[in-house]
Design a binder for this molecule. Structure first.
Ligand code: ADP
Length: 157
């Protein structure tokens, strides 16, 4: 039954971590904060079909500082040629970060408590000679967890 599948799926996420369900960084649609929001770029952004877009600073995709919500573009006049940085500075949607090895039940709890349902995923990079550093490896949303719960399969004997 569907109820059984959902119950089994919910139990199964206990063994899974963020890295197992995230969208990997090369597949993430992001924008530099310098992007000018003219008619052409707004059209391209809307066409991508995402609700939220990570925004990076200093040309460094590892340096995500904001989230652009596509709905923030609705009242924008494309002739004003505002940059992504200006629009983000106005709305200030907070960016959440999680570690790649966070268990999915923890992230689910965090999403249930907070307002935002998207988090940037970071990974600890250990260097022998240098201090350890972080690298962004993807994004994860509530949708990714729900998807994982619903895809459980039950094999009857
Ligand atoms: P949306 O409302 O934008 O479709 P969802 O939260 O429903 O976002 O997530 C749907 C899928 O899209 C998930 O797999 C999520 O990881 C991925 N996703 C969300 N935002 C982006 C983005 N900016 N670039 C690439 N993938 C994204």
């Amino acid at each position: 039954s569907n109820e059984m599948r959902i119950a089994v799926g919910a139990l199964e996420i206990a063994d899974k971590i963020v890295e197992n369900v995230m969208t990997k960084l090369p597949d993430v649609f992001m924008l530099p904060d310098t992007t000018v929001l003219n008619a052409k770029t707004v059209m391209e952004i809307v066409k991508m079909g995402y609700t939220r877009i990570p925004v990076y600073t200093n040309g460094d995709k590892n340096n995500v500082t904001d989230l652009l919500f596509v709905k923030d573009l609705a009242l924008l006049d494309p002739d004003d040629n505002f940059t992504v940085k200006t629009v983000c500075g106005y709305h200030k949607h907070p960016v959440k970060f999680v570690m790649n090895d966070t268990p999915l039940p923890h992230l689910l709890e965090a999403f249930k408590k907070g307002e935002g349902h998207l988090a940037m995923v970071k990974k600890l990079i250990s260097n022998d000679d240098k201090d350890p550093s972080y690298e962004l490896v993807g994004v994860v949303t509530l949708e990714d967890i729900v998807e994982e719960i619903l895809q459980a399969e039950i094999f009857d004997e």
